[in-house]
Design a protein around this ligand. Structure first.
Ligand code: SF4
Length: 421
């Protein structure tokens, strides 16, 4: 193999370098054109299918979508496989939904691949394997792409309020179409994580974390993370969204919540409209989800249900009330005081899973008459003495407390560090 002209993983017949130049150029044009031509109509359609079989639901819902523009085109499926978790837990996208999307899009004449860039500390191919995506992809000879492997493309965001550029995984820009296939989840920092937020998994490696570390903008009470997702949507949003609501997640999402069976799959061309319908199915209101509201204000899509054509008529019969994320973890774990400044969801999940697994064993480490202070995130100017500092972001305070390195560390490592101090 010629190292200077490596083979393209999507189409081995095409040298990667020439393809890269051609497709990146074309994709940028696509993204800009996408915005200009107003791919989201004023009254977008969203279709919902309810039933016990996630594969059949997905095939059925895609029958309502005109897939003919994908004929002869390359399509990247972007499921949510951000964490090391088996199918059925509501953490990652159900592999049967992905399998059905591959089959339906291929039947429409598309060349389909599946790609992901997971959260910090998770290896893409390992996450694909444990999630069950590898098995369905191998059966179909469908390429799996570790989006983190190649160098990113720095993409400017004209008029960005919280961010002015993004490091987008280059593979993403080489495809003609992107299909976002998230699992329906409550998110402790963004309210929900659905088709729009799932596109954050197209950002390169740890650059995803940068969106959690932004300073608060003056003149607004919106969090910079939400504004940044709204900025991201101006240059990076899906052409088609398929939301897996077979088993979603409520409570402490996106990583440590409770699975919630809903047995729905929904799809639409406007990711915001599809998210808005999914929100209602979860008992949420999209206008109260800041990143969706901000993205809609940016002109990236429609979230007003009155403007969306939704089928079938009785779709709201499938809705449930997903439990929201607790506002304050101290209510859940009264002996623990969590000090969180600009952490990302990888450390939040680590901490939550650690507390869930180890809370009963922490009594010897809780100071008499006080709570155990636990810090995550990069934004702490100072921390009280004795604080349990979790993750590399808290390293500057390690002389002042008990420091657990890692990005993120794992629960057993946190417990071991406590035992050894
Ligand atoms: S240390 Fe934790 S909060 Fe910091 S970047 Fe790593 S995972 Fe995110």
């Amino acid at each position: 193999m010629n190292q200077n002209n490596p083979v393209n993983p999507v189409n081995p017949a095409v040298p990667r370098r020439s393809l890269w130049r051609r497709r990146v150029k074309k994709s940028f044009a696509n993204m800009i054109g996408f915005k200009k031509r107003g791919a989201n109509p004023e009254h977008p359609e969203v279709h919902v299918i309810h039933g016990p079989d996630a594969y059949k639901n997905t095939i059925e819902v895609l029958k309502s979508i005109d897939l003919s523009p994908m004929n002869g085109k390359t399509v990247l499926l972007k499921p949510n496989v951000g964490r090391m978790s088996e199918s059925g837990k509501g953490v990652n996208t159900n592999p049967q939904v992905v399998a059905a999307a591959v089959d339906a899009l291929r039947a429409a004449g598309a060349t389909v691949s599946i790609g992901e860039s997971p959260i910090s500390g998770v290896k893409t191919l390992e996450a694909f394997k444990i999630s069950g995506i590898t098995a369905i992809a191998e059966k179909r000879n469908c390429p799996l792409i570790d989006l983190d492997k190649r160098k990113p493309v720095i993409t400017p965001i004209p008029g960005g309020k919280a961010i002015q550029s993004l490091k987008i995984c280059v593979d993403v820009l080489e495809f003609d179409f992107i299909v976002s296939i998230p699992v329906m989840k409550i998110h402790m920092h963004t309210g929900v994580t659905l088709a729009i937020k799932n596109m954050k998994g197209c950002l390169w490696r740890r650059s995803k974390v940068d969106l959690h570390m932004l300073p608060q903008l003056e003149g607004t009470t919106d969090k910079s993370l939400d504004i940044a997702i709204g900025d991201m949507a101006t240059v990076l949003r899906p052409h088609l969204s398929i939301i897996d609501g077979s088993i979603g997640m409520e409570g402490l999402g996106p990583g440590a919540g409770t699975p919630r069976e809903l047995n729905v799959v929904l799809a639409g061309g406007d990711g915001f409209a599809t998210d808005a319908v999914a929100c209602r199915l979860m008992g949420q209101d999209a206008s109260q989800i800041p990143h969706l509201r901000i993205g809609a204000e940016n002109g990236c899509g429609i979230i007003d249900l009155n403007q969306i054509r939704i089928s079938p008529e009785n779709w709201q019969n499938f809705a449930a009330d997903f439990e929201e994320a607790p506002k304050n973890l101290t209510f859940e774990f009264p002996d623990i005081e969590v000090l969180d400044r600009n952490s990302c969801s990888a450390c939040q999940s680590t901490l939550l899973l650690f507390l869930q697994d180890y809370a009963k064993r922490l009594a010897p480490y809780i100071p008499a008459g006080e709570r155990l202070k636990v810090a995550i995130g990069k934004g702490h100017e100072s921390l009280p003495e004795g604080t349990l500092c979790i993750g590399q972001c808290t390293a500057q305070h390690k002389e002042n407390g008990i420091f657990v390195p890692g990005c993120p560390p794992v629960g057993s490592q946190i417990y071991k560090t406590l035992q050894n101090n």
